[in-house]
Design a protein around this ligand. Structure first.
Ligand code: SF4
Length: 315
């Protein structure tokens, strides 16, 4: 089968995200609007002032989920933020090799006058904390919205919406804010980085003794052993333990229901991972709602899907 000429879609996000809105909300918003098949045949090039000002780890969260949007690849053009992130890391080139590598990476960046096959624009100010309610990453709404009625969706999305409502045991018109959770999973390659853990720990620390809701199993799984070691050293792990989270060894864990880290029956999981397909977290009837790490922490403390900005007093 012929694969066809790859196309490039430039996705611009411009402006400043509001406090309590994160890179994860940006990518869930993008996939919500472009769909899980919208990127088929495309490479996604992310740009605009929001991406210019993102840290490298924030950019990685968005790029990581290009696949969930159907794209072949997702990237942000390399710049000084990229080079500073890589400089001095264990496997980064050194000395003259570093200079040659930086020159090579710079040459891969798109020209200012590059012509794209498609351009899509978003405004950062219009993005709110976002959660998925269904069985694909595109079935997402802002935290102040309700489960949609399939009748009001484009025809192409209706059958999946009906299937999702049945699987998720939710009702059209019900606000997502307030749905009771059983499990909170903070981790994965999308959102298990040191900056993710630092951001959540910073807010947890201000909660002064507030604990995970008694009916919730909450686990934190660093994205790598390196992240786990640094987080221990910085006291981040202890902040999570004191708040009632289980601090686990690094790995994929409940992103895909690895080893014992599985949902049981139809448990509902607030998850910072990247996939909410049926059975993804280890139980065929398990239910997954994707969201940012801070939204996962808010759900863990309150026992419900809720707006992290209210729980943590973010204005
Ligand atoms: S299974 Fe592991 S590598 Fe794959 S998406 Fe989940 S955390 Fe990332």
């Amino acid at each position: 089968m012929a694969i066809g000429k790859p196309k490039v879609r430039r996705i611009n996000v411009d402006g400043k995200l509001a406090p309590g809105v994160y890179a994860k909300d940006v990518i869930l918003h993008i996939i919500r609007h472009l769909g899980v098949n919208g990127g088929i045949g495309y490479a996604y090039e992310y740009g605009g002032s929001t991406f210019d000002n993102f840290t490298q780890e924030e950019r990685m969260t968005v790029c990581n989920m290009a696949i969930e949007g159907g794209a072949r690849v997702g990237y942000v053009n390399p710049d000084e933020t990229t080079f500073e992130y890589l400089r001095g890391r264990p496997y980064a080139p050194k000395g003259a090799d570093w200079d040659a590598a930086v020159a090579r990476w710079k040459a891969t960046a798109s020209d200012a006058d590059a012509v794209y096959d498609d351009i899509v624009n978003f405004k950062a100010e219009e993005i709110l904390p976002t959660v998925t309610w269904g069985i694909t990453p595109a079935q997402a709404v802002f935290i102040d919205e309700a489960i949609p009625d399939p009748k009001n969706l484009p025809e192409k999305d209706r059958a999946t919406a009906i299937e999702a409502i049945e699987h998720m045991k939710v009702t059209s018109g019900t606000p997502v804010d307030g749905l009771k959770i059983d499990v909170a999973f903070l981790g994965s390659c999308t959102n298990g980085r040191l900056s993710d853990l630092q951001e959540v720990a910073k807010h947890l620390k201000l909660q002064k003794g507030r604990k995970v809701a008694p009916h919730v199993k909450a686990i934190v799984v660093p994205g790598s052993q390196g992240v786990a070691a640094i987080a221990e050293k910085m006291g981040i792990a202890e902040i999570f333990r004191e708040a009632g989270f289980e601090w686990r060894g690094a790995g994929c864990s409940m992103c895909l229901g690895m080893n014992p880290d599985k949902l049981v029956g139809d448990q509902l999981c607030a998850s910072s991972s990247n996939r909410n397909f049926k059975g993804r977290q280890g139980s065929p009837t398990g239910r997954t709602m994707l969201m940012s790490p801070l939204m996962v922490a808010a759900a863990a403390l309150t026992g419900t899907v809720t707006d992290a900005r209210k729980v943590f007093g973010i204005q």
